[in-house]
Structure formats: structure tokens, C-alpha cells
Ligand binder design. Structure first.
Ligand SMILES: [Zn+2]
Length: 313
């Protein structure tokens, strides 16, 4: 780790996002000029002007489920191979950055799980910032040890890891719904919801997309405080979409005009109807186009584009 990185380090357990230089996997806090930047270190002198209305491309993925054993598989799906294909596709035309909505690790968030994730990440897409949310199969301590330098701005909520990102025409807020490792249900908790409410009331009117791991249905294994979250954000018009994983199902729905985007898993599915892969997002000020890239599973919907206009202010 370079001296500069040491010097710039915020508190090492305060972030989720990080950026890795391609050569040698050196962790850096300095994304390329024009790339997504965290709000604290943003430097207007190094940021290229972005013409209004020009879409910005991002890669969204979820549930990579990488194990320490690269041959680990489930229902005939090999998460390591699927992530390798996913990163190769992303690397062929690098987006601004990457967001992963949790379950990076196979089951219990082992050190070797995260090592394998980084082994695939660094040489392929490590030039771009990547922002990671925790899922119920991640382990907070091991995760933060593995991804210890931030590109996003960490937010202080005790025991939760929250990052905000200036993503061009939108602001991303990565929330932390990990409750107990290897238990299915998730929880944001009151402190995080209170933080979110304050944050949303005080940030400017740029469209906000919230990211977290857990899905929102009324089941014991999903986000337990989903109704409270939805009540909180519904009146705040700048919140345009929620993006999450967990179900290993690719689905779009809506809550009173707020888009609910359930990303497919990368690693494996629970049934043969579902695609496995990632979603390329073309973000503009008034909405986004979501393009499925299926690398495994049901590939019938590969390349399907779903346009989503944002609700009005
Ligand atoms: Zn999962």
C-alpha cells in the first residue's frame, strides 16, 4: 500500500466502496478524471464536464456468491465462472463504475471468498470504482478487511456501512441491510433509517437511487423494515428507484411511482426460469435504461432493454 493511500485513508472500517488500480492491484483513492467520485474527495478541477442529458453507463450486479473454492457450484451453476464472464463483458466496454448489491461471498463471508472475488476483479475491471453493499451471506469484519480503501463517502451510523456516490445524473446511496450472517432476513434498523431521512432532507434535488441487498416482499426472509423504508421515502420525490438482489430473480415493479429493481444473481439461481448475469444501466437525468446481460441460466431475455422514466418531482 502506497504512502499516499495511507495518508488519504479515512477510517478503514468506514466504507464500502473502493477503487483498485489495474497494475498490481494497488488500492487507490483516486479514480480517473471524470469517473464517479465520492462526494468528499470530489475535485472540480479534475472532473471533466459532463454534458447535460448525455447518459452515463454503470454496471449493476448482485449475489455473486464467490467461494474460496473456485469450483464450488450449485444446481449446475458455477459462480466463479459466471463472475469471470460478467467482468470480461464489463471490461470490454468499461462503464463509469460498478455497484454490487451484496452476497459477494458464498455463504458465510470467508476471507478466501473475498480473495477470489478480488482475484477476478482487479485485472479485469479494477480500473473503475466499485461500490459494494453487504448481504446476508457476507461477514462484516472479513468484508471490510478485504475492501479496506474507499472510493465512496462513508457515512457514520454505528455498526452499519453506508456509502454515498455522485454518479453523474444521479446520486447513489448504498445502505446496509445485513442483520446476521447466514440468516436470511435483513434489517436497516432505526439508526440507519433516521440517518437516511436526514440525508434525503438535506441533499440537493438530484435523483437518488438507493441500493441494498434484501428484497421487499412481506416474508420473514426479506427486509423486515421494508414498510418503514417505503413510508419514509415515498413523500421524498427525489428518490426514484430502489435496487436490490437477494431473491435471485430479475424483476421490475413499482411502489407509488418509485421503481423497484430486483437484480438477477450472478452466481446461481433457484429455478431454471431466471437469467444469471448483470445489468448495464444508461442513466440520464430523467430516467434510466436497464439492459440485461445474461451469462448463464435462462438467456432468452439477454439484451432486453427496460426503460424506466423517473417519477416527477
Ligand atoms: Zn444471494
Amino acid at each position: 500500500m502506497s504512502e499516499g493511500v495511507e495518508h488519504n485513508r479515512v477510517t478503514r472500517r468506514q466504507f464500502l466502496g473502493f477503487s483498485l488500480a489495474a497494475a498490481g492491484g494497488v488500492i487507490t483513492l483516486t479514480p480517473r478524471p471524470g469517473a464517479a467520485q465520492d462526494e468528499k474527495t470530489k475535485d472540480s478541477k479534475t472532473q471533466e464536464p459532463r454534458s447535460a442529458g448525455q447518459p452515463v453507463r454503470w454496471a449493476f450486479l448482485s449475489d455473486t456468491h464467490i467461494a474460496a473454492d473456485a469450483e464450488n457450484n450449485y444446481r449446475g451453476h458455477y459462480p466463479y465462472r459466471n463472475l469471470e464472464k460478467t467482468f470480461a463483458q464489463i471490461a470490454s466496454d468499461l462503464p463509469e463504475g460498478i455497484v454490487v448489491t451484496g452476497d459477494i461471498a458464498r455463504l458465510t463471508g470467508q476471507v478466501g471468498d473475498y480473495e477470489n472475488f478480488k482475484k477476478l476483479l482487479i485485472p479485469s475491471v479494477g480500473k473503475r470504482p466499485i461500490y459494494l453493499a453487504l448481504g446476508n451471506h457476507d461477514q462484516r469484519g472479513n468484508f471490510l478487511d478485504a475492501f479496506e480503501t474507499a472510493a465512496g463517502q462513508a457515512q457514520a451510523v454505528k455498526g452499519k456501512h453506508i456509502v454515498t456516490v455522485d454518479a453523474g445524473p444521479a446520486r447513489f446511496v448504498l445502505l446496509d441491510s445485513l442483520f446476521l450472517t447466514n440468516e436470511t432476513s435483513g434489517l436497516l434498523g432505526k439508526a440507519q433509517r433516521t440517518w437516511l431521512q436526514h440525508y434525503l432532507q438535506t441533499c440537493d434535488d438530484k435523483p437518488v437511487i438507493l441500493f441494498f441487498h434484501h428484497s421487499l416482499r412481506d416474508e420473514d426472509g426479506e427486509l423486515l423494515d421494508a414498510p418503514r423504508l417505503l413510508d419514509l421515502i415515498q413523500p421524498i420525490a427525489k428518490v426514484k428507484a430502489l435496487v436490490y438482489g437477494h431473491s435471485h430473480e430479475y424483476a421490475f415493479s413499482d411502489y407509488k411511482g418509485i421503481h423497484l429493481i430486483n437484480l438477477p444473481a450472478v452466481g446461481y439461481s433457484f429455478n431454471d426460469r431466471e437469467p444469471l448475469g448483470w445489468v448495464e444501466v444508461r442513466l440520464a437525468g430523467d430516467g434510466g435504461e436497464f439492459v440485461l446481460h445474461a451469462v448463464d441460466g435462462n438467456r432468452a431475455m439477454d439484451s432486453r432493454i427496460t426503460p424506466l422514466p423517473w417519477r416527477s418531482r
